[in-house]
Write a protein that binds this ligand. Sequence first.
Ligand SMILES: [Fe+2]
Length: 433
Amino acid sequence: MPMMRRPVIMQRIISTAFLLIWSITLVAAAATQKKPHMLAPGEVGLALALALLLALAKRFPLRVARRTRILLDVGLIFTTALVFPAPWSVLVAGSGTLIGMALNRRELPHIAIDFAVVVVEVFSAQSVYVQLGGAIPFQFESRLIVVPLIGAITTMLAVDRLLTSALLQYGPYSVWRWFKSRQQPLTLHVALLLSGVYLALLLQTHPWSIMLIVPSITLVYLSLQASLRKALGSMTLEAVETLADLIDRRDSYTAGHSARVAELAERLAVEMGLPRDEVETIRAAGRVHDLGKMEIDTCILTKPGRLTDDEWEFIRHHPIAGAEILSRFAGFASGAKYVRHHHERWDGRGYPDGLRGEEIPIGARIIAVADAFDAMTSDRHYRKALSLDLVVEEFKRGAGTQWSEDVVAALFRILRQENTNLGEVGVLRVAVA
Ligand SMILES: [Fe+2]
């Protein structure tokens, strides 16, 4: 049998220890329950509904960024602790958590730890709440209920934070990272626990209100998720634009190049009828298409004579380097792909991957045309800008070999709309459209 890696052994020891804690807690809960309270049929329905809601909350966290998410299950776990006596509270919260984690296809150590934490949290919070005079199921009959509620909320927070910090101190790296990713800011944690109190109150007075709660939570969740995705997308595009400004400042010769490529790429994408989101990604990718050139020495970039093989190797690596940096931006995966492939050729003789034809993503095909157009129509270190006639000739020659015919046709349509005096363009447009 191959030797087991040390982190794996550590993970197993920790998960076993937590499972032990859970078992002892459950046995203790059962032992203190002198007359086991059987749930009424209505309570069973409520218990099942809460377990299901909990599993869904676990399965669909609100994604704020690539490694940051808000878990809405905290409030529901607290509701369970206030509504059902042990061991039912532990059973409902534990089973909801287990189902949610299993649906998330988490690894066994993660499931075991999360399950154990929830069980310990529920049992401890409920014990403190009852000891301080709180009634199960939750009743809001006197203002003195504030004391057991504060005790229970503090216990939930303390148990979660203490167990978390214990894992941060002694747990292996992978568990540490996972646990850190599920930590919430303290204010949000308290807000979620308070919403759990409101829910418990509502369920006591109007149990059927759960029928209303499920669609309202779902709608709030969906709209929040959509707003977050939109906000994240626009923040990403702003960050990408800032990067583009940095590149432009580096070399006075190419200052403005990426802005012009982005503008033309956007017009081409609109001309080709691409969706608005796609157009914006292509525009942003156009602004940073040469980001990878930051790694290349300026002497090579501005060298007037022939490049050596090694120097060419550096140049040919810039799409990969740029895409690697951009892939770290959440929500910009397709933009990173466009940057990686902006030097591919339609006939497969481009770089870095030698993709051909339709294999090349549409955004990359568009940026390639915009990049070439701007290169030809701008003054370079080694030559003056070409005349528009010569540029058109060049594109006619390269359509179908170097560039996509569709994109070149879109370019010519734009040039015609600009009232450029290019009689030949119309002929080509018909030929390639
Ligand atoms: Fe490039």
